[in-house]
Design a binder for this molecule. Structure first.
Ligand code: ADP
Ligand code: MG
Length: 380
């Protein structure tokens, strides 16, 4: 089965073609058009500019992907697009484009949850079929999330950030220090030359069984040191030390909680993705901790850490192959969640509620629309 995937949840326009094989789902071609340079002067993503770029890019990128593999669109079995979460206006462009293609080509259209795509991306990187159960850590610009993945559509939230996402914290601290957007790679560059023990910065929720994250206290602590020391800000060594200490504080918390989540969920595999995983210190610390704890670790490779369409097409293909009806509807949902609400944080109760809700959603939104000749068109 070949699936063409489109991802436009934020500021990257991405298109990919994947093909399922007996043991793997292979990425045949993929392109990502990043808008980082466009948004850099504003220090963050400007939604309307992102939307216009997606509109301009998609009609160029889809033919480029098909040309790369020398195939016509008739060789595609389904079209997938990110349904949420993300910026509403950006999501609408990719989702509408995919729906229009599906109608024109008489192919099924599948909506994919961006977070489910991130969870799945390390399996693509390792050229492996997805294997449940596992604990997934997503650390990106918009999310910091620990998930117990029991099967497709069966996710239990173990922890998430109560304020800033990890990538957001990198971006905000970089802005404070006068470094360009996005801040993660800039801080990492500075941190390489600094001493991670130079500043005593706080770690959020040190209680062992609390798997939530908080990065705003850490951000405030960095601001405190920065504002208290105007005379030192021009000293590169001082800035390097501050970046290294900040990075270590984020990495420490992510690694400690992810490893503990694996033991609480009683699984043997940790799967990590999201833009912050481009950070080499985080990758090394995860590798070390998982080696020590005898945990199997799957890391997404750098190109699949940040937003990409291979994870969207791949998730759709794997779910279709597994005979799972896509549960998402005909429209985008900027707040699309992976989970049902978890009453009182009760693990088992949360899980059963999640499954019940998902089943109900399936019945509600799965519909078949015959949209005339040629052939029958299925829009999920
Ligand atoms: P989202 O989809 O939520 O926008 P992405 O998965 O695209 O996020 O990741 C972007 C985030 O990753 C940004 O916040 C960026 O600063 C962060 N990031 C990228 N590279 C690094 C790095 N080397 N170290 C830390 N953070 C990084
Ligand atoms: Mg993302």
């Amino acid at each position: 089965m070949r699936v063409l995937g489109i991802e436009t949840s934020c500021d990257e326009t991405a298109v990919a073609l994947v093909e399922t094989n007996p043991w793997t789902t292979d990425v045949l071609a993929e392109v990502v058009s990043s808008q980082i340079e466009l948004h850099r002067p504003y220090g963050g993503v400007v939604p309307e500019m992102a939307t216009r770029e997606h509109l301009k890019n998609l009609p160029l990128l889809v033919p480029r992907v098909m040309k790369e593999v020398n195939l016509g669109l008739d060789a595609v079995d389904a079209i997938a697009a990110t349904e949420g979460p993300g910026l509403a206006s950006s999501l609408l462009i990719g989702h509408s484009y995919a729906r229009a293609m599906a109608v024109a080509l008489s192919k099924p259209m599948v909506g994919v949850n961006h977070l489910e795509g991130h969870l799945y991306s390390p399996f693509i990187a390792h050229r492996r079929a997805v294997e449940f159960p596992f604990v997934g850590l997503i650390a990106s610009g918009g999310h910091t999330l620990l998930v117990h993945a029991l099967g497709w559509d069966r996710y239990v939230k173990l922890g998430s950030t109560v304020d800033d996402a990890a990538g957001e914290a990198f971006d905000k601290v970089a802005k404070l220090l006068g470094l360009p957007y996005p801040g993660g790679p800039e801080i990492e560059k500075m941190a390489k030359q600094g001493n991670p023990e130079a500043f005593g910065l706080p770690r959020s929720f040190p209680e062992r069984d609390n798997l939530n994250f908080s990065f705003s206290g850490l951000k405030t602590a960095v601001r405190f040191f920065f504002e208290k020391s105007p005379q030192l800000r021009s000293d590169p060594a001082w800035v390097h030390d501050l970046c290294a200490s900040f990075q270590k504080a984020v990495v420490d918390v992510l690694v400690r909680k992810a490893v503990h989540a694996v033991s609480l969920a009683r699984v043997e595999r940790l799967v990590v993705s999201g833009g912050v995983l481009c950070n080499q210190a985080l990758r090394h610390e995860l590798e070390f901790a998982c080696y020590e704890g005898e945990i199997e670790l799957l890391l997404a490779e750098a190109e699949l850490c940040t937003d990409n369409a291979a994870m969207i097409a791949g998730t759709a293909a794997e779910k279709l192959e597994a005979g799972i009806e896509p549960y998402v509807g005909n429209d985008i949902d900027p707040n699309l969640d992976l989970f049902a609400p978890e009453p009182n944080g009760d693990f088992a109760r949360g899980l059963s509620t999640a499954i019940k809700l998902k089943n109900r959603q399936k019945k509600d939104v799965t519909q078949k629309e015959g949209v005339g000749a040629p052939g029958e068109i299925e829009i999920w």
